[in-house]
Design a protein around this ligand. Sequence first.
Ligand code: PAF
Length: 289
Amino acid sequence: MDIVKNIHEVREKVGAARRQGKRIGFVPTMGYLHEGHLSLVRESAKSTQYQVMSIFVNRIQFNDPKDFASYPKDLERDFDLARSAGVDLMFVPDEGEMYRDNLTYVDVKTLTDNLCGAHRPGHFRGVFTVVSKLFNIVQPDISVFGQKDIQQVVSIQKMTRDLDFPIEIVIAPIIRENDGLAMSSRNKHLNSDQRNRALSINRSIRKAESMIMAGERRVPVIRAEIEKVLMEGSPESVDYISAVRFSDLSLCETIDGRSVIAVAAFFGSTRLIDNMIIDFANGGPRCVY
Ligand code: PAF
């Protein structure tokens, strides 16, 4: 695995791979890698022959400076994990390399009005700006993002179409610990009591699945049950329990087309998110979480 810090080195290496006829896959990350990130690389390798990963803790997407300062880091461990997952090129720019005297930002309107967008002002603008820059630097054929950050990936799909990036955006499944907790770099901040209580998020989503499979379609009814189960874990606070249409992430009152039920709650000072896609294709509903 080559490890590079400069944009021109990425362009050289990716250009060389392309000249060998390889398709380029790209997984952007903020590091502190876990099995979820590695699964994105494996997904990418199904249809591409050269895997690029970036690790950059993107200050401009953090609406809380404390969250940025405490974001977990362990680059040496990340390099070992990335190497073992088959990453060919690791890009680890510093802030000067990425932003210099940046005056340009990218935004995606309306798709960021609900869910995390409503609770983290400026967050998605930071995400879309850095992802656009990384897309221009790496110029991959495909880029893989996890379902866990559902608003991020749906909005990036739209941004990619709107800005004519010739890149396919792939959504990979949520990877969970054995007990159901969705993997996240932030899980490291949970103490054992908080981690235990946080399992109520996954339980609440499974409760919604059982209601939908039994025919319930009314969002207020499903929402009330999710809240009941989530509260069993005594979260410090709940940002949202929402149902949205998959296509435009607008809030919905009935689950009658491809939809997403998403939850965000704090356990201790750690904000956790989780979600489930409800699909009606091929005689559904089918709940994917
Ligand atoms: O999902 C993340 O880790 C980040 O939002 C991303 C896409 C790497 C942009 O900084």
